[in-house]
Design a protein around this ligand. Structure first.
Ligand SMILES: NC(=O)C1=CN([C@@H]2O[C@H](COP(=O)(O)OP(=O)(O)OC[C@H]3O[C@@H](n4cnc5c(N)ncnc54)[C@H](O)[C@@H]3O)[C@@H](O)[C@H]2O)C=CC1
Ligand SMILES: N[C@@H](CC=O)C(=O)O
Ligand code: NA
Length: 429
């Protein structure tokens, strides 16, 4: 029987792991698929940088490779928008099913790519694009397709979770921890995508699209990264029994104005008793809250060559099986077109720490500023006296715009020497 031929686009951290596992597990994969899977060619930028790879397989002409008649399936692990988009479109239009790990592209152009795949009758699978090895997209798209998902919240970026874990656990500096994450193969080619939250925002957009059956792009996601998280934030979090995590939060909001979707990525203090607080290193974890199913938690390795390659190969087996029966799997059902709720209107909770003058009336004046913005205070604590006096305030939930306006006003108060820490809080009752 003729083998199924795969074009591999990119041979970096993930691509080289995919290639290795394809070789090591070729007999098992053949048994599971019902046909051998062989690599037809590997598109790379610099053939001389891949000494262990058979030279005959290497090419710098990725587009010619995807269009070759003997290629049945395409695996894209180049990353970025272009040339990945052009290559995926070329593959789809020439009738080839595609497996990709490219969240940046799927979060920007997923609708067009899915439309092209549906038109061509081929598969577009990308389990590796969100939360690495963790089976998450297929459960959302298939297993939970009969339920109503209300909320998806999790840690979806391994690099920033690794950095925050190292800062909290060992006091490592930001730069040192980022260098380690890069060496371990967790970071994006440009690690600012991780640090500034772009990678998590792309993943959040993909999760929200699948969970709520509505198109959401990365541009719809409110985004803050971890570069502004300070040692003071980490210390203040510990004082109230919390730790700091970069969270992706996708919510379907139903109110008198109808249904909408709120999607945000930002650092937050979460209680150390919260299951997400225990997620360390490059691990990811995602909670899904569905009406009938209740709470589900998905946990595992969110980054790294081999874990990501596991998800790529799982997709490859699925699309290969579909190809052999002459069918394409069901794509996402994006039938709803829900508006995006602006971050300003999204209810959040803040932790604010202030250095203040320790004199009569200061606490009242600070409390007055919160009241003026219609923000209710949950707890207030004073640490120290005199020049060392610090006020630590945790609010109740309020529209994010009211909370940020309160902080801006506090910064202008003469009694407030410095606003030393401001972070949102999640999961604190
Ligand atoms: N590293 C990880 O832990 C994970 C990565 N991903 C995604 O997987 C994809 C690949 O990531 P990595 O392997 O980490 O990146 P990488 O930077 O290690 O590898 C990408 C490879 O593609 C090559 N390349 C770039 N442009 C090319 C072109 N025009 N033609 C041929 N080759 C080209 C680069 O030279 C490089 O070797 C990205 O979309 C990334 O977001 C997804 C989940 C986890
Ligand atoms: N850079 C990403 C890789 C996986 O998606 C991360 O750190 O999570
Ligand atoms: Na995954």
């Amino acid at each position: 029987m003729k083998p199924l031929k795969v074009a591999l686009l990119g041979c970096g951290t993930v691509g080289s792991a995919v290639l290795r596992l394809l070789e090591e597990q070729s007999d098992d994969l053949a048994a599971r698929v019902g046909r051998r899977i062989e690599v037809a060619g590997i598109a790379v930028r610099r053939p001389d940088h891949h000494p262990g790879v058979p030279a005959a397989l290497l090419t710098t002409d990725a587009e010619a490779l995807v269009r070759r008649d003997d290629v049945d399936l395409v695996v894209e692990v180049i990353g970025g928008i272009e040339p990945a988009r052009t290559l995926l479109m070329a593959a789809i239009e020439s009738g080839k099913s595609v497996v990709s790990a490219n969240k940046a592209l799927l979060a920007e152009d997923g609708v067009a790519l899915h439309a092209a795949a549906a038109k061509a009758g081929v598969d577009l699978y990308y389990e590796a694009a969100v939360a690495g090895a963790i089976p998450l997209l297929r459960p959302l798209r298939e297993s939970l397709a009969g339920d109503q998902i209300r909320r998806v919240v999790g840690i979806v970026n391994g690099t920033t979770n690794y950095i925050l874990s190292r800062m909290v656990e060992t006091g490592a500096g930001f730069g040192e921890a980022l260098a380690e994450a890069t060496d371990l193969g967790y970071a994006e080619a440009d690690p600012t995508a991780d640090v500034d939250g772009f990678d998590a925002a792309a993943k959040a957009a993909i999760l929200a699209s699948l969970a709520f059956h509505t198109p959401v792009t990365a541009a719809d996601v409110y985004r803050e990264g971890i570069s502004a998280v300070t040692a003071t934030d980490v210390a203040r979090a510990a004082e109230i029994g919390c730790t700091v995590k970069l969270l992706a939060i996708c919510e379907r909001v139903s109110d008198e104005e109808g249904d909408s979707v709120a999607v945000r990525v930002h650092p937050a203090m979460i209680p150390t008793s919260h299951p997400l607080a225990a997620v360390g290193g490059a691990f990811n974890a995602v909670f899904v809250e569905a009406e009938a199913a209740g709470e589900l938690m998905f946990y595992g390795q969110g980054a790294g060559g081999e874990p990501t390659a596991s998800a790529v190969l799982g997709d490859l087996v699925a699309v290969a099986r579909n190809r052999l029966v002459g069918a394409a799997g069901q794509g996402p059902s994006g039938y709803a077109d829900l508006p995006i709720r602006p971050m300003a209107e999204t209810p959040t909770q803040y932790h604010v720490s202030l250095d203040v003058a320790d004199k009569p009336g200061v606490l009242a004046a600070v409390a007055q500023e919160f009241a003026h913005h219609d923000v209710s205070i949950s707890t207030v604590r004073q640490n120290g006296h005199g020049d060392a006096a610090t006020l630590v305030i945790v609010t109740h939930s309020a529209p994010d715009a009211a909370l940020s306006a309160t902080v801006a006003a506090l910064r202008e108060m003469s009694a407030v020497r410095e606003v030393t820490s401001v972070l949102r809080v999640e999961g604190l009752s």
